[in-house]
Ligand binder design. Structure first.
Ligand code: GUN
Length: 278
């Protein structure tokens, strides 16, 4: 599955929406808060900025030092909530360990929460009520949709139970009528679960961890991992062995990551259109 190509199609459609909104006086605007010096986070944020630029959206990145305290960070979030020119706010995760991530996310105005991570939006997702959905799971669903991969009645196995990917991914697949199994670090016989999957989503952060022998022939494999090994970026799936068995598979890079950014831009545009009453 070519995430780069599908993402390019999605963003192409967003350009027209961004332009017509701007012509009507609302310039869609994403604000990103980045705390600390994590090199990977800095790269991700730069890609988000570039994505905004590509579709004609405004972006502001607030880079804060690693020793920023909780009160300062919360003050910044409140200021962005109150800034009517900002339609989407993203707090890049993970935050440095001394900061309370949940407390920061809880402060975001739910309407500006383009990551879909505020508890109100997480609740909307579980309840099946419209709202911003987390970008990576949404990107995975968009890929399945683009390639016409059937979901209803299929066995979907999600490996990883994070708030950012695993849990919302399982919820989206469930709403699309898959039979969902959510595996995690304490799962016994992970390989047996993985081998049953018609749709296998892997988000564990362990390089090349899922090998071809753990993949059902013909399965759709979505690799959410981004790991650096000897200066090379690899996924959580051993692409070479898995690709020989899978019917569909996402490469890393060029797979799910590109879709995440496309969905972030779409969520921001949705928020801007709602703010403008469009
Ligand atoms: N860190 C890695 N991926 C993401 C993401 O999609 N959103 C945020 N906020 N932080 C991330």
């Amino acid at each position: 599955m070519d995430g780069k190509a599908v993402a390019a199609q999605v963003t192409e459609a967003l350009k027209a929406r961004a332009a017509s909104l701007a012509a009507a006086g609302t310039h869609p605007h994403l604000a990103v808060i980045l705390v600390g010096d994590d090199p990977a986070s800095h790269i991700y944020v730069r890609n988000k900025e570039k994505g905004c630029q590509d579709v004609g959206m405004r972006s502001t990145v607030m880079r804060l030092p690693a020793d920023t305290d909780q009160a300062t960070l919360e003050y910044r979030v409140r200021a962005l909530n109150d800034d009517a020119s900002v339609h989407g706010i993203l707090v890049q995760l993970p935050l440095p360990a001394h900061l309370d991530e949940q407390a920061v996310l809880a402060l975001l105005h739910p309407d500006k929460d383009v990551d879909g991570l505020h508890v109100a939006n997480a609740g909307r997702l579980l309840a099946g009520i419209p709202g911003p959905r987390p970008c990576t799971p949404q990107g995975c669903m968009a890929l399945l949709d683009y390639y016409g991969i059937p979901i209803a009645g299929k066995e979907a196995v999600v490996i990883g139970r994070s708030n950012l990917v695993g849990k919302p991914m399982a919820a989206l697949l469930m709403h699309a009528n898959a039979t969902v199994t959510l595996c995690h670090s304490r799962t016994q016989d992970l390989a047996a679960h993985a081998r049953r999957a018609d749709i296998l989503v892997v988000a564990v952060g362990k390089p090349r961890w899922i090998t071809g022998d753990m993949v059902k022939p013909g399965a759709a494999v979505l690799d959410v991992g981004i790991n650096r090994v000897d200066g090379k970026v690899v996924g959580d799936v051993d692409f070479e062995s898995a690709a020989r068995v899978a019917g569909y598979i996402t490469p890393v890079p060029g797979g799910v990551g590109k879709m995440t950014i496309a969905m972030l831009l779409r969520n921001t545009l949705d928020a801007a259109e709602r703010a403008a009453g469009a």
